[in-house]
Design a protein around this ligand. Sequence first.
Ligand code: ZN
Ligand code: ZN
Length: 283
Amino acid sequence: MKAGCHLSSSGGYLAMAQTAVSIGADVFQFFTRNPRGGAAKPIDKADVDAFLEYAERNGIGPILAHAPYTLNAAGEEPRVREFAESTMMDDLKRLEFTPGAMYNFHPGSHVGQGVEKGIELISGMLVRIFDAFGRIPSTTILLETMAGKGSEVGRDFEELREIIDRTESRIKGVRLGVCLDTCHVWDGGYDIVNDLGGVLDEFDNVVGIDRLKAVHANDSMNVRGSHKDRHEKIGKGKIGIDAFAHIVNEPRLRELPFYLETPCDLQGYKEEIALLKSLAQGD
Ligand SMILES: [Zn+2]
Ligand SMILES: [Zn+2]
């Protein structure tokens, strides 16, 4: 199986890949810029080239870039939506330097405007970005499943389906995927502990299983349906180790890259990556 974790991008791409190798990871996730917003560091072409060569040689990838948390395409204030649009555009341009990457973002929070308005704002932003990009980005763009904290859009599969449909119906050739966060779907109410197969059947019926491109592997501090979004270490939360054994062996998930976002330091991540791999049968 392909497993890795979230890493600090402060040292650049090559440093992240070297760190990944040092902890037994095959993949990694990183923030494109400060998660609270702000400007991204300029692309260092020498670092990117060294990374691409190193990643190829060591079998690292696909890498998953995570948009800043402050990116809210469904915000009420125009300046919030403009920040979301310009940031995603800039991130996608930068990711062209690392072809085949994936880009994950939180669809947004409608902040009282209602889910329908939120979905319209999010798909509208995606259409404008794809339109302005001028060609199909080499990056696969993923909507993350959300816990439904506050007014988050994307708390159920139907909302994700609606964003995808409205975007793809208005702009040709683009293709959106989904990143399944185990903590978020659990907190959102989906019973991946007792009925993982049923949840994936539902995902397949509503969104289509081929849309699923990545898994955020996180245990949860809270009970199912809590809408809290507090990540816990694997096996230490309410999802539990038995459920993760099912998750990593589930035929519809096991070929996907798994990215840990648990409250761990590097040593902790190294142990969790080994744990996930030991749970995966035949590994
Ligand atoms: Zn996220
Ligand atoms: Zn996540």
